[in-house]
Design a protein around this ligand. Structure first.
Ligand SMILES: [Zn+2]
Length: 253
């Protein structure tokens, strides 16, 4: 008899997609194995008992069995439903952004990253309970970059290494951080960054969430930080996603 390897994980549902007639393919971020995909059989049937536990952003414990090609969900229990994320469109949108960012930055390589799992669950909890998602999101972006190995240089110039002074600077996505005015003026592709915005970036990078919450940036600085972080993330995603795809193509041919 073929043995089914079965194991238990705690995970957050990042997204799901229809699979076959009645099944769902789940993308999960688990505490024990990082990103995994699994099939939930019959999850689209109206009377499915599992379906309610497997909506996006739900934190669940799952029993997974190794099928021929894919993992199969054999049992699902909700740990935390984060209900406000479903009732409020702004919260839903922000939770989707959190899930999508993690999904796009990670691969199914069975490597456990508890720090990322905890960041994910903390962030969903903060978006669910806080009236303003701006800070939970900015803090998440900065920490995620840290945990995944893309920590931006904010204290020394990413080009010449000189200590960054308290003046307006440039930010270079290609160099992975701030450029001093001298380097920034001479290198292409740098974005201007105000001294106020830089102060907040540094604060988020080295503070825990309670400390980070003490920041009260002006609306202008909030916009600047949002544009800069999302620009940097987009740059990294384009770069990091094209390479593995290219490598897979090369390996196939
Ligand atoms: Zn420099």
């Amino acid at each position: 008899m073929r043995e089914l390897r079965s194991f238990r994980v705690e995970a957050v549902v990042l997204r799901h997609a229809d699979w076959g007639e009645a099944d769902r393919l789940l993308t999960l971020y688990s505490r024990e194995r990082g990103k995994v995909r699994a099939i939930a059989k019959g999850a689209r049937k109206v009377r499915s008992r599992k379906a309610g536990h497997l909506e996006p952003f739900t934190r669940v414990t799952l029993q997974l069995a190794k099928g021929r090609d894919l993992l199969i969900v054999t049992q699902a229990d909700t740990v935390e439903a984060y209900l406000p994320l479903r009732d409020d469109l702004l919260k839903t949108g922000n939770a989707s952004y959190v899930a999508e960012l993690l999904d796009r930055f990670t691969y199914e390589d069975e490597s456990e990253n508890f720090a990322v799992f905890r960041l994910l669950t903390d962030t969903l909890g903060r978006i669910a309970s806080d009236s303003d998602p701006w800070l939970p999101i900015r803090y998440y972006e900065m920490r995620l970059l840290d945990f995944l190995g893309y920590r931006p240089h904010l204290f020394e110039c990413a080009n010449c290494g000189d200590e960054i002074q308290a003046v307006d600077q440039f930010f270079s996505p290609a160099q992975g951080g701030v450029l001093c005015p001298r380097c920034g003026a001479g290198l292409p592709g740098g974005w201007p960054v105000s001294v106020e915005a830089l102060k907040h970036l540094r604060h988020f990078q080295r503070s825990n969430y309670t400390e980070a919450k003490r920041a009260h940036p002006t609306p202008e600085v909030r916009r600047e930080l949002e544009t800069l972080m999302q620009g940097y993330l987009t740059y990294l995603l384009e770069r990091s996603l094209n390479t593995p795809e290219f490598l897979r193509k090369v390996q196939k041919s």
